[in-house]
Design a protein around this ligand. Structure first.
Ligand code: ADP
Length: 249
């Protein structure tokens, strides 16, 4: 039996006449952590957003195991888009918590409103997850009463509460003060160790190196190089990869 969770082939996306993705392939196996790295504007976020229907590619195919196989060369139905969206949960650069809701309400909102989970069950699960990231005592706090790192940990819990097959992270630490980055990366590392399947857009190269099973280096809307972190970081084949790493490491 194949343990492939996601298969994307030839993903293209243009905004007007600007072609941002020019044929990206991606395979994600269950339990795997894939990191997307590359210069700003290379298409990392657009690729990530394409994986859960926040962006609709202009061409290519995408299949998340058990769901419909989408072919973007024809119109995608609302039903297909929802089926895709329901398989994953995204953690954004900014947490996007509802400011007028408590931490607990924020975490319960998706399961109750979108997934129709009974309230009592959603609450129990939310409290377990908050406990797991050390925020059980913040259940009744409002987002503004939390640090940026705590808010982002709630953002992660909110994604986990949807019980997705796939977790998508869009530069989850880039809006944080440097001293708050570690606590968020620690949670992400624990999730990886627990076996969550994750695709992570990140500038945190040491995190990618330590946690990812596979690293894709995007440049100009194509995957210029892909491989195990040890290979990409220690022995990049492409000059562009070398230059990029040299600037950041
Ligand atoms: P990265 O995540 O690698 O920085 P992005 O995927 O965010 O790259 O963006 C790639 C390019 O696509 C950028 O030039 C960006 O300005 C452009 N882009 C992204 N989203 C939109 C949009 N909604 N409309 C127009 N251009 C966009």
């Amino acid at each position: 039996m194949s343990d492939t969770l996601l298969t994307a082939r030839g993903i293209r996306k243009a905004f007007g006449d600007h072609e941002v993705l020019r044929g990206v392939d991606l395979d994600v196996r269950r339990g795997q952590v894939v990191a997307l790295i590359g210069p700003s504007g290379s298409g990392k976020t657009t690729m990530l957003r394409s994986l859960n229907g926040l962006e609709t590619p202009s061409a290519g195919t995408l299949e998340v195991s058990g769901g419909p196989a989408l072919d973007f060369s024809r119109p995608v139905t609302q039903r297909e888009r929802h089926a895709l969206r329901d398989r994953s949960a995204m953690v954004f650069q900014q947490h996007n918590l509802f400011p007028h809701m408590t931490v607990l309400q924020n975490v319960m909102e998706g399961p109750v409103q979108v997934r129709r989970v009974p309230r009592a069950q959603a609450q129990q699960r939310a409290l377990e997850l908050l406990d797991r990231v050390g925020l059980a005592d913040k259940r009744d706090a409002y987002p503004r009463q939390l640090s940026g790192g705590q808010q982002q940990r709630v953002g992660i819990v909110r994604a986990l509460a949807l019980s997705p097959d796939l977790l998508l992270f869009d530069e989850p630490t880039s809006a944080l003060d440097p001293e708050l980055v570690g606590e968020v990366l620690t949670v992400m590392k624990e999730l990886a160790e627990e076996g969550w399947t994750m695709v992570v857009v990140t500038h945190e190269l040491s995190f990618a190196r330590a946690v990812a099973d596979e690293v894709l280096f995007l440049d100009g809307g194509v995957v210029l190089e892909r491989g195990a972190p040890a290979q990409i970081f220690s022995a990049p084949r492409e000059e562009r990869t070398r230059q990029f790493l040299h600037r950041l490491l």
